[in-house]
Design a protein around this ligand. Sequence first.
Ligand code: SAH
Length: 258
Amino acid sequence: MSYENKTIHEFDFSLICEYFSNVERQGPGSPEVTIKALSFIENLTAQSSIADLGCGTGGQTMILAQNTLGQVTGLDLFSDFISIFNRNAHTLGLSDRVKGITGSMVDILPFEKESLDLIWSEGAIYNIGFERGLNEWKQYLKKGGYIAVSESSWFTNERPNEIYDFWMAHYPEIDTIPKKVAQMQSAGYIPVATFVLPENCWTEHYFAPCCDIQKSFLQKHLGSKNAEELIAGQRHEMELYHKYKEFYGYVFYIGKKI
Ligand code: SAH
């Protein structure tokens, strides 16, 4: 979702929810990438507690659950997403150990201190900010527990003004991979792994499903300025990605609490 930070209040929440409810993922990623990130996490058992913060409708959460044992709790600000999440968990026969709850990642989280074995967050930590999220969420992890988050990052030291300005307006905390790794280290984690999400996480798994629903969405909301703006923003984000993808992308950061 592309309303990082400043613009969230300018949009009509119900429209955003309706739009993104129609796609499996609300941000770049893929089942393969979720499984790859998971491969760096050790010591998960049937007793493990996992939280997926900013889970959306749960595309990645279900993959996570299917490839781990233990309890998985998804948390998202939007109750409509959580309803879909819980429906999906039920359909997949996972509802005995996968539960979605509505809440904000910015608030005190509904977990005991030092109770979680793994905190997951794909394409969502920007809502609290990478550094703040790493620092605040650490209290909920057991010693030796893991955090795995994907975050937009610069690939190069220099970049064209157009894409720089776009990100400064939407998420100024975007930074280079070494800077993000250093932030992870300073927050009290061992940086275990980092990898760049392949292009198909954007094109095939995020943009293409969104493109498929844009036309009918606009038709349904014919004449709605908000709907037009939402889709225009989506299309702009996609055009920028195609133009500047060698300069930025999503990166998975995996750390272990010391
Ligand atoms: N992890 C999902 C969704 C990413 S989009 C995926 O990869 O598909 C970002 C998600 O963060 C959205 O579902 C949005 O509703 C959620 N979100 C935004 N602000 C939030 C907050 N303060 N607390 C929890 N979730 C939030």
